[in-house]
Ligand binder design. Structure first.
Ligand SMILES: NC(=O)c1ccc[n+]([C@@H]2O[C@H](COP(=O)([O-])OP(=O)(O)OC[C@H]3O[C@@H](n4cnc5c(N)ncnc54)[C@H](OP(=O)(O)O)[C@@H]3O)[C@@H](O)[C@H]2O)c1
Length: 264
């Protein structure tokens, strides 16, 4: 019998590539939850905005009721805004956390009871390398991804007695529609404009030249098969080495490095 997997955000990018890989293994039945459909043949689409919490919860509960047990939930839905914090509207920051953090919390809370009943289950939250290396003008986004890392760590401790494993996958720049979709603001006429425009341009290049979504998806797919998946999983060798370096190097040096890459 096929194991059931629910992915949020498989209409595009990393989630899409993952759905494609998982369907082809013929080991899994794959559901996608997003506002537009995932076009991979065989994926069962449930249209829903993860910020509409009541509808999102019901969508998840309906899948659980139909399938009985859920082997894994992968939260890949994500939103990003680039703006100086001083000029970012509060409602945009709240929306950012609604998509990136509260949606993930809702996702996990709804899946946990059934996973606990079966003493099995995988929760994979797509975080980001920027949680360890915050980038100027992306502070809101970086904060939301740092929150995802802390959520994954807390959950893994809470859920360990029930046989549920939790992993925070941390991609670095990845070539997807995420770059074009990023919310931006007009900083013309402000003191931030030069640095902001430079950062946006360099971030765009970093992502365009970054990993292929398929490679990130393969890493997630391999993690799903592991008996003891890691809690934090930087995507690929370069990100793994960068993550180790960011832990041992003084934070001032980390900030100087990020600044040199994106602003100065
Ligand atoms: N690309 C990168 O460089 C990069 C780096 C590190 C981490 N990440 C993270 O990787 C994850 C996937 O990003 P990606 O690069 O694959 O971007 P993407 O191609 O833009 O995909 C984002 C997905 O999130 C879904 N989504 C966004 N808002 C939603 C909402 N309100 N309700 C439901 N679904 C929503 C989108 O579906 P609909 O629009 O159809 O709803 C889409 O399927 C995100 O969490 C992102 O933060 C990306």
């Amino acid at each position: 019998m096929k194991k059931t997997i629910i992915i949020t955000g498989a209409s595009s990018g990393i989630g899409y590539a993952l759905a494609d890989i998982l369907i082809k293994t013929e080991e899994y039945k794959v559901y996608n939850i997003s506002r537009t459909d995932c076009s991979v043949e065989g994926v069962i689409n449930k249209r829903c905005d993860v910020t509409r919490s009541a509808k999102f919860t019901k969508t998840l509960k309906d899948i659980i009721a139909k399938e009985g047990s859920i082997y894994a939930g992968i939260y890949s839905a994500g939103y990003s805004i680039a703006a100086p914090i001083e000029l970012t509207h509060e409602e945009k920051l709240r929306y950012l956390f609604d998509v990136n953090y509260f949606g993930a919390v809702n996702f996990c809370r709804t899946l946990i009871p059934s996973m606990r009943e079966y003493k099995n289950g995988r929760l994979i939250l797509v975080g980001s390398m920027v949680s360890q290396l915050p980038v100027p003008f992306l502070s809101g986004y970086c904060s939301s991804k740092a929150a995802i890392g802390a959520l994954a760590q807390g959950l893994s401790q809470e859920l360990e007695p029930f046989g549920i494993k939790c992993t925070c996958v941390m991609p670095g720049g990845t070539a997807t529609a995420f770059t074009a979709r990023r919310d931006k603001i007009n900083c013309h006429g402000t003191k931030y404009n030069d640095a902001y425009c430079k950062m946006l341009a360099r971030l765009g290049v970093t992502e365009a030249k970054g990993m292929d979504a398929k490679n990130v998806a393969e890493i997630i797919s391999r993690t799903l098969a592991k008996k003891a998946p890691p809690l934090f999983l930087p995507a690929g060798l370069t990100n793994t080495l960068t993550s180790v370096a960011a832990k041992i190097v003084p934070q001032e040096l980390v900030s100087m490095f990020v600044d040199s890459v994106f602003v100065t």
